[in-house]
Design a protein around this ligand. Structure first.
Ligand SMILES: Nc1ncnc2c1ncn2[C@@H]1O[C@H](COP(=O)(O)OP(=O)(O)O)[C@@H](O)[C@H]1O
Ligand SMILES: [Mg+2]
Length: 502
């Protein structure tokens, strides 16, 4: 199967560089075969002999002219290979694949420099081709970088068509099923990937069941996340939620509905400022984390979770870099929901952290201010006293919502949701009576009541009824009792500073 042609602009850029007599060209790409294809065309066009090196294959001449000097030795070791190139007299294009691990060795670096400095005499162009290259300072002035552009939507669409055709041929002419909305989301999911990766993922999506469907998207997004090497303190969350699973939050849901299009479609469309995100502040167990998952589920966007505590668990001094890389990674996954759960844990800062948490806060605020849309932040916090005031200032988040304990209607709904989830029809059960009895209980506590009542019913060998649930409610002391003062203080703070989620 042939890849679509290398883009004309990439090819022109590379020709120009070679003609402008740059001794070392750095080409960073995951798509080695396409890069080699492009370099082969270049060698033909410029009538240069082309050599290719890797640690496994040694140095080989590509195309015609095998049997030239060097072909008899294999030269798998970088040092003798570079010595050999240095000795050669006729101009050539030397493509060194994955030399990067050796760029830490002084002799290898010096040999590369020797070759480069002789450019005027012999005209060897060296191309360093790796997925990622850090050029040692000795060489920086002798180097030019080129980039290979990634496929655009049209090219991705061409790959989809090719793969669909090949599935069809293998399946007695049956057609691949899909729809335009899913295809549009597919395009978005593949943005930023190389041709080779796009093809592999598209093929995987089609060949499992002959269709490109909604169900393929989470897997595609996760694969993209891994290909971009984004794991670390940022994790891809498979488990999103739907608002059907969330009771209450009426205000919040109305607010989200108004912003849905602005986040999920082109940023800045219609002259609206792209929404940046919201902070959910409130009582523990009231459904903040659940709501964060539901935002991603409702908007059909990937959910990325930034583990605030893990930012610090890595090596000292790496914290800010971890944060920067995570934020950049989130941008690459856009549009997406970036979920920072219990944000106070990463920003509170002890005496011992030498200002790290201040700097983390600074980086985070700067990024939020510069963000141009596509990454929608959902932060949650239980403890406002641990939050730095800068974060709460107007304009940081689009809105701060206060998630209070559920009111009576919401409590009845929470009973219904959790009974339904466990396959129990509420026919014989009275959620309204239960809601009246569970004043001051959080959603998490109500869920626990349902779980325990089911155990009690199982022990009694009877079906679950309202009485079981009532017994469990009476047996529970909710946090709103044990932590009454703390919750009152939180409510007092929230008054006037936040908007009720309910
Ligand atoms: N409003 C709600 N509707 C439905 N379930 C809820 C609600 N609030 C809490 N729950 C249940 O309690 C669990 C824990 O809530 P969680 O979202 O972790 O609370 P928080 O993050 O505010 O501490 C949820 O996974 C869900 O099962
Ligand atoms: Mg939580």
């Amino acid at each position: 199967m042939s890849e679509p042609a290398v883009s004309a602009e990439d090819f022109e850029d590379l020709c120009l560089l070679v003609r402008s007599r740059v001794p070392i060209i750095v080409l960073e790409t995951h798509d080695e075969s396409r890069a080699l294809e492009m370099l082969t065309r270049l060698a033909v066009k410029e009538t240069l002999p082309l050599f290719n090196w890797s640690a496994t294959e040694g140095l080989q001449q590509l195309g015609f002219g095998a049997g030239m000097p060097g072909a008899e030795e294999d030269l798998a070791d970088p040092e003798p290979m570079l010595v050999s190139i240095k000795k050669r007299r006729e101009p050539g294009l030397y493509v060194l694949c994955d030399l990067h691990p050796w760029l830490k060795e002084p002799r290898v670096v010096r040999l590369l420099k020797d070759v480069a400095l002789r450019y005027r005499e012999v005209g060897h162009t060296v191309v360093l081709l790796s997925h990622r290259l850090e050029i040692p300072p000795e060489l920086t002035r002798l180097v030019a970088r080129v980039e290979m552009s990634l496929p655009d939507e049209e090219e991705i669409m061409a790959i989809v068509r090719e793969e669909a055709r090949s599935w069809q041929e293998a399946n007695n002419g049956r057609k691949v099923k899909t729809d335009s909305r899913t295809l549009a989301q597919l395009m978005r999911s593949l943005r930023g990937l190389t041709h080779a990766d796009c093809r592999r993922l598209i093929r995987g999506a089609i060949f499992d069941d002959g269709s490109i469907a909604d169900s393929d998207l989470p897997e595609l997004n996760r694969a993209r996340f891994e290909l971009m090497n984004l794991d670390g303190v940022l994790s891809y969350e498979y488990r999103t939620a739907q608002f059907a699973d969330v009771a209450g939050m009426r205000n919040l849901r109305a607010w989200l509905d108004k912003r849905r299009d602005a986040v999920t479609t082109t940023p800045g469309a219609g002259g609206l400022d792209p929404p940046k995100g919201l902070l959910l502040l409130g009582v523990q167990g009231a459904g903040k984390s659940l709501t964060a998952r539901a935002v991603a589920g409702a908007w059909g966007m990937p959910l990325l979770r930034l583990d605030m505590a893990a930012l610090y668990n890595k090596f000292i001094g790496e914290t800010e870099r971890n944060l920067r890389e995570s934020l950049r990674a989130a941008e690459l996954m856009a549009p997406c929901v970036l979920w920072m759960d219990e944000i106070e844990k990463g920003l509170a800062g002890g005496d011992s952290d030498e200002g790290t948490s201040r700097r983390v806060l600074g980086s985070l605020l700067t990024w939020m201010a510069d963000q141009r849309g596509g990454v929608f932040v959902v932060a949650t916090a239980n403890d406002v006293s641990a939050l730095p005031p800068e974060l709460l200032r107007k304009g940081r988040f689009d809105e701060i919502f206060f998630v209070d304990l559920p009111d009576e209607a919401a409590r009845a709904e929470i009973f219904r949701i959790h009974l339904r989830r466990r396959g129990i029809a509420p026919a014989g059960i009275d959620p309204v009576a239960l809601a009246k009895l569970s004043e001051g209980y959080s959603g998490a506590e109500i869920e626990q009541v349902v779980v325990s009542a089911l155990y009690r019913a199982a022990a009694d060998k009877t079906a679950l009824d309202t009485a079981h649930l009532e017994t469990e409610i009476r047996a529970t002391v909710p946090l709103s009792v044990t932590m009454a003062e703390k919750i009152d203080a939180l409510r007092a703070w929230a008054e006037g500073r936040t908007v009720p989620a309910n």
